[in-house]
Design a protein around this ligand. Structure first.
Ligand code: AMP
Length: 194
């Protein structure tokens, strides 16, 4: 199973991806997590990505595509993977097509989690609050002004992927405003139908 979860920041892609990791035994490939790990490890990629991420903007396609291409060759991806937060631009979407075609693999589904902006801003504020009260460091890009920039980046650069996958007949849209459990059920229904 090779699945792309599409949707704005805070739509619940990470939460849903984790649930499918357990259900299917395939890894969640979150480019955000991989980039944060690179920043924390102080690698060259991390150094180049840090300021861009802190500003809520998108890291270059070249960097992100290279990270993903390397990751999908790892043995744990042999039976598939869930892409969470990637692709985020049309160039990245073309890159995924290329990566899969080169390896003789195909994408099974693209699931878009549809949510409304006001709810997203509330969810992110809640996530920041919960992280803070758990005594953990709050992501710099979860502060309201950076989050708004992340949303703008989404509408400018990522939302066009909805049309891209729709035109390919691969898009499945799920109401992301439902409860976590209901969203999972709806995604399962989509996966059964393909
Ligand atoms: P996320 O955890 O998915 O919200 O990603 C956090 C940040 O990492 C984003 O705001 C971007 O700066 C960067 N990032 C993650 N995935 C990508 C991607 N596919 N393309 C470009 N930048 C990304």
């Amino acid at each position: 199973m090779r699945l792309i979860l599409l949707g704005p920041p805070g739509a619940g892609k990470g939460t849903q991806a984790q649930r499918f990791v357990e259900k299917f035994g395939i890894p969640q490939l979150s480019t955000g997590d991989m980039l944060r790990a690179a920043v924390n490890a102080g690698t060259d990629v991390g150094k180049r990505a840090k300021a861009v991420m802190d500003a809520g903007e998108l890291v270059s396609d070249a960097i992100v595509n290279a990270i993903v291409a390397e990751r999908i060759d790892q043995p744990d991806c042999a039976n598939g993977f869930i892409l969470d937060g990637y692709p985020r631009t049309l160039a990245q979407a073309d890159a995924v097509e290329g990566m899969l075609a080169e390896r003789g693999l195909k994408l099974d589904a693209v699931v878009e989690l549809a949510v409304d902006d006001k709810a997203l801003i509330g969810r992110i504020a809640k996530r920041a609050e919960e992280t803070k009260s758990a005594g953990q460091p709050v992501r710099k890009d979860d502060n309201p002004s950076v989050f708004e920039e992340r949303l703008r980046e989404y509408y400018k650069k990522t939302a066009p992927l909805i049309g891209y996958y729709y035109a390919k007949g691969r898009l499945h849209t799920v109401d992301g405003m439902a409860s976590i459990e209901d969203v999972t059920t709806k995604i399962e229904k989509v996966l059964r139908s393909i």
